[in-house]
Write a protein that binds this ligand. Structure first.
Ligand code: KIV
Ligand code: ZN
Length: 558
């Protein structure tokens, strides 16, 4: 039986020898052109209305796009309306060029010229389809006929340009649409003819845009096409080579990156990869990939959440949770070992004075793109000891001693297993509070008093007196010690003498306008079993006593 995959025609490859792109690296940002308002918009279930287009345009300008394809003005009245609104409403900054798309057809070209009246900087983007398949099944024409269409379109544009007010700075772009499915020598031949019509020179370059209208090869195949095109195009120095990858195979970003290595100087794409079918190349990812390689992307994505909000509201599309840089979950680690490594990386960033971003598992500093550290670590049953301690530190400012991490981590893990869901930061705090700070059974500190008594015949200088409730019985205890903890431990021997102190840590925590003392105490019982307790109070001596009682209560419960 014939297998379903056998009906496909594999990508034929490009006759390129000594390809150079594999040994190149990207060193600078390309010229960016947003096609959100054209390719992106035409692919929406519900295209943007005028207000939404305007908001998207303003957002693109704010991000730093200097070339923005605003539509296909001859395609419909709404497309025409947006460009007129932009021009008449003075929405286009002087350093921004608006690009308009048009097919190589006379009446459409004429309408396009009407649409751009009064604009300062315009790129007229002419296209016609050139692929082997479209020639065969759509146009039923040989390549010469396809070249004639492009040449006729270019000639008409050239002619109509003469009538455009000289205050308009007009440039030209030509796309052999479905370039990725076109024989390279045919793509070069048609572009060379269009260049001749437009009389492109190194001072007055044409933009030749080479779309992977349908992505039909591994990204290296596209890179080969671009390098072959660049090397064989006559008068190469008179053209800006632009790429326009789509994402049918899910490798639009990789194709764009390799296309840049292969000689492209300009990229057309959209925010978060919106566009026909699987989308255009995602400029957010492309630009931030450069950012993480210490290259200035020349686009400002320092507030990704705000850009994402505009995108989602105007396109009614959603950014996927795992979308690079922008997805809800991309700065979240669930796995314990990842959490631990991130935790250590963050600590290293705080303490080492390094000038680089050196945090495992996080290729970018979330703060660079307006995202928070807070959701980096989320806690579920996969999480390890470091995760809960990280939340306590990063969200609540509690610096649990290192030796306490496994103990508290196990408490949290247990709670996650029981709940069967992720725990929020507040859930984790509640666990800490119930387990340590509000742990008042079987022992409870009912009353206490410390006095400092040096020079009265005692070598020690702190006296503790207090009332300890054990279940429903009260014990009044007192003792001298060489410090508050020592005095309390000695006094507590009247109740029980099976505990000894093994470690002590303290810190200040701020609670609104004032600060409190927090003590972490580890104790050992006569069987050698250790456990932690924690206590909080205005007074550090009292916080320590509360922490000791918290630890004893925890040991009593086991
Ligand atoms: O994908 C494509 O080929 C296009 C052209 C019109 C440039 O969007
Ligand atoms: Zn496209």
């Amino acid at each position: 039986m014939k297998k379903s995959y056998s009906k496909y025609i594999p990508f034929p490859g490009v006759p390129i020898k000594d390809r150079e792109w594999p040994s190149k690296v990207i060193t600078k940002a390309p010229i960016w052109c947003s096609v959100d308002l054209r390719d992106g918009n035409q692919a929406l279930i519900e295209p943007m209305n005028l207000e939404e287009k305007l908001l998207m345009f303003q957002t693109l300008v704010k991000i730093g796009f200097k070339e923005i394809e605003v539509g296909f003005p001859s395609a419909s009245e709404t497309e025409y309306e947006i460009i007129r609104t932009l021009i008449e409403g003075n929405h286009i900054p002087d350093d921004v060029t608006v690009q308009v798309l048009v097919q190589a057809r006379e009446h459409l070209i004429e309408k396009t010229f009407e649409a751009i009246k009064g604009a300062k900087n315009v790129i007229i983007h002419l296209y016609n389809s050139t692929s082997t398949l479209q020639r065969k099944v759509v146009f039923k024409k040989e390549m010469d006929g396809i070249i004639d269409i492009a040449v006729a379109g270019a000639k008409l544009i050239k002619e109509l340009s003469k009538k455009v007010d000289p205050s308009t700075n007009l440039r030209y772009e030509y796309s052999p649409e479905s370039f990725s499915g076109t024989e390279m020598d045919n793509a070069i031949a048609i572009c060379a003819k269009v260049m001749e019509v437009f009389e492109a020179t190194p001072e007055n370059k044409i933009i030749l845009n080479l779309p992977a209208t349908v992505e039909c090869s591994t990204p290296n195949g596209y890179a080969d096409q671009i390098e072959y095109f660049c090397k064989n195009l006559p008068n190469r120095e008179s053209a800006i080579i632009s790429i326009h990858p789509h994402n049918d195979r899910g490798t639009g970003v990789a194709a764009a990156e390799l296309g840049l290595l292969a000689g492209a100087e300009r990229v057309e794409g959209s925010l978060f990869g919106n566009g026909e079918r699987t989308g255009n190349v995602d400029i957010v990812t492309l630009a931030l990939n450069m950012h993480t390689q210490a290259i200035d992307p020349q686009l400002d994505f320092s507030n990704i959440p705000a850009i994402r909000e505009v995108y989602e509201n105007t396109t009614k599309m959603k950014v996927h949770e795992r979308h690079p840089y922008a997805g809800d979950l991309v700065f979240t680690a669930f796995s314990g070992s990842h959490q631990d490594a991130i935790n250590k990386g963050m600590e290293y960033m705080r303490t080492s004075g390094t000038q680089y971003w050196e945090v495992p598992y996080l290729p970018i500093d979330p703060a660079d793109i307006g995202r928070d550290y807070e959701p980096i670590i989320r806690i579920n049953s996969q999480s390890g000891k470091g995760g809960a301690a990280y939340i306590m530190h990063s969200v609540f400012g509690y610096n649990l001693p290192k030796a306490m991490h496994p103990e508290f981590g196990a408490i949290v893990k247990n709670a996650c297993d029981k709940a069967g869901t992720e725990l929020s930061s507040n859930d984790i705090y509640q666990l800490f509070e119930n387990e340590y700070l509000k742990n008042e059974y079987p022992y409870r500190l009912k009353a206490y008093h410390f006095s400092h008594e040096s020079g009265n015949g005692h070598p020690a200088d702190v006296f503790f007196k207090g009332t300890i409730q054990f279940k429903d019985q009260d014990y009044v205890i007192s003792a001298h010690g060489n410090g508050p903890i020592d005095a309390f431990f000695k006094a507590f021997r009247d109740v029980s003498n099976e505990y000894e102190l093994t470690s002590y840590d303290e810190q200040a925590i701020s609670t609104g306008s004032d600060s409190k003392a927090l003590a972490y105490i580890q104790i050992k019982n006569s069987n050698g079993k250790t456990t932690f307790g924690a206590g909080v109070d205005d007074d550090i001596s009292v916080a320590s006593i509360r922490a000791i009682i918290s630890a004893i209560n925890r040991l009593c419960r086991e």
